[in-house]
Design a protein around this ligand. Sequence first.
Ligand SMILES: *Cc1c(COP(=O)(O)O)cnc(C)c1O
Length: 456
Amino acid sequence: MSTPTKYLLDESQMPTFWYNIVADLPKAPPPVLHPGTLQPVGPDDLAPLFPLELIRQEVSTEREIEIPEPVREIYRLWRPSPLYRAHRLEKALGTPAKIFYKYEGVSPAGSHKPNTAVPQAFYNAQAGTKRLTTETGAGQWGTSLSFAGQLFGLEVLVFQVRVSYDQKPYRRAVMETYGARCLPSPSTETEYGRRVLAQRPDHPGSLGVAISEAVELAAQREDTKYALGSVLNHVLLHQTVIGLEAMEQLQMADAWPDVIVGATGGGSNFAGIAFPFIGHGLRGGAKPRIVAVEPAACPSLTRGKYAYDFGDTAHLTPLTKMHTLGSTFTPPPFHAGGLRYHGMAPLVSHLKELGLIEATAYTQTQCFEAGVLFARCEGIVPAPEANHAVKGAIEEALRCKREGKSETILFNLCGHGHFDMAAYQKYFAGELKDETYDERELAMALAGLPSVPEPA
Ligand SMILES: *Cc1c(COP(=O)(O)O)cnc(C)c1O
């Protein structure tokens, strides 16, 4: 008798709430600080950038937050997403482990990002916002917000990191198809962009710079708000729909994970799959190992410092305590553009400090090798970002093989790579380089961290 490959839920089984891990943590996360006063920020400080409901979610300690019906209605376009058992990958690896993956590439944008883009657009439209500004690395977030903004009648302006703007012209075409305007960052449309270009006309851009540009414009106009695709508590909250569904699906498969693996850029898809399981463990349930996989060229969790830092390069954002490479750090160009961020979500960083998660880093060629094996076994071509999770899961499966253990591994296949085939072409041509970041630049960026006195 063969075991099923695919575990599907009915629309009626889609979660009706998001899960807020803050309710179950043994220790509250450190406060977000105002950069001028170094005092905890209040809702008023965030109001120029975000609608009130998202600010409420950002600071909420409630365990369950209801998903509004208009959001659920749009989620139903692709949710519940499928959970697969990777039988052929298991066989190719010769592992006794069971490998399951949750596939978020079925969304219109091809990744997990619409899970938060849709509620963010919804709450903004409800609050009377007319225009959203944002940044995008690989183009996934810009695409998702363009799609969501269109559904709720919002104008969307996207600052796309220069290298990815040049490498991925099709991403811009998709954003424009959804009705958004897309500019390469650094751009000449903001004061900060012009300043960066004056210093370095060929600046490749970074998420930190693009965030500064988007925040600068949002802060200037009453009808314009800013939307962030990762890092913030409310973004991680919205992504928990992934893990909540996976829990139901694993029960259908009569399985429960011993290990959960996710790729980490800003931390949102990782949190999305892992937090509901971590919370279950904190409330007395089984405690799986949780492994975050990041790029060796931008290793905030494994090489960064846990310290207060700015979220952007121009220092317009509040200070959050997180694993950071320093807000002035510009990672070398590599193809997982969605993972090129200097910081890590404060909640993910806090969990790392509490010892609730582990972190590991791999180079891009290691990850592409894993992604190609996965595609050949399972048929889905993963996004370069998702290849990090694939690599992490394969390493766990090989460990199980060495140790003769039939553990259950769950990973999040956060997106497909159909817009990233140029990177695959380079990989096959042997042209993909494992560029390492400049140690001196990292040391300088870390030396430039803002000094914040430890609370007494
Ligand atoms: C944006 C993106 C990421 C990185 O963002 P997280 O917030 O860490 O999830 C990872 N994978 C894909 C496919 C993305 O689009």
